[in-house]
Ligand binder design. Structure first.
Ligand SMILES: O=P(O)(O)O[C@@H]1C[C@H](O)[C@@H](CO)O1
Length: 232
């Protein structure tokens, strides 16, 4: 597992609220120079281990002007920018043991799990900072220019980041149920007069600030989840 700032590089097995879980503490990214098929391999391993549901989190810049730093955005959809240029984790020969050649992505994000997150978030008193939206993935590692942020916002993205979507595609390909959420760690700079600059320190600080609430949201969702994915 990617071992860089903010990504511990550990695979943790255990029980969470009575459910067997495996957690990646960190992930691989395109910007580390790995092939896209390699960074998504953990999803196929999880599938072979019998994992039914994948919960993904990420840090992201907020393009939606209503979003504040510290907001948690439930992902309802994505824009796969590297995919537009042919960099899709399913490119190459299809391994039929995992899934079909042309998987559907309009149902990538499980609606019931999104609703569960809303319900649990409300119960925990997180309503003021719980949002939903569209995440756009870019390759990184450079943060976006002002013109790029404006373009992505005009395209319908609410948040921008450097991960998650590749994993979602591979997880869906092999029939796992997917829930994903972004922590808005910084506001994307959209204005030439702005003094703000995206930086990794702010990303880590915001993540630290919301860590306990994110853990509570995930663990409460896991506690309420049904076994036996019927979505495959
Ligand atoms: O949660 P991820 O891994 O998407 O984290 C984002 C992308 C970079 O790793 C880092 C940039 O600050 O945050």
């Amino acid at each position: 597992i990617g071992c860089l700032d903010g990504h511990a590089g550990r695979l943790v097995f255990g029980m969470l609220k009575g459910k067997p879980c495996v957690c990646m503490q960190g992930r691989f990214h395109l910007y580390e120079g790995y092939a896209i098929q390699k960074i998504t391999l953990p999803m196929r391993i999880f599938s072979l281990l019998g994992v039914e549901t994948v919960i993904l989190t990420n840090a992201a810049g907020g393009l939606n002007q209503d979003f504040k730093v510290g907001d948690i955005m439930i992902m309802k959809d994505h824009i796969n920018m590297p995919g537009f240029a042919g960099n899709n984790p399913l490119a190459g020969p299809n391994d039929d043991r995992f899934g079909v050649r042309f998987p559907c992505m309009s149902d990538a994000y499980d609606r019931e799990l999104q609703q569960l997150a809303v319900d649990v978030g409300q119960e925990l008193g997180y309503g003021d900072f719980l949002r939903e939206g569209v995440y756009c993935v870019l390759g990184g590692p450079s943060f976006e220019t002002i013109a790029e942020c404006r373009m992505l916002h005009n395209l319908g993205a609410d948040a921008v980041g450097m991960s998650t979507v590749h994993e979602v595609i591979v997880a869906r390909h092999c029939g796992m149920r997917v829930f994903a959420m972004s922590l808005i760690t910084n506001k994307s700079v959209m204005d030439y007069d702005s003094e703000e600059k995206a930086n990794h320190k702010e990303v880590l600080e915001t993540a630290q600030h919301r860590a306990v609430q994110l853990q509570k949201l995930v663990s409460t969702m896991v506690a309420r989840m049904e076994f036996n994915n019927t979505n495959a």
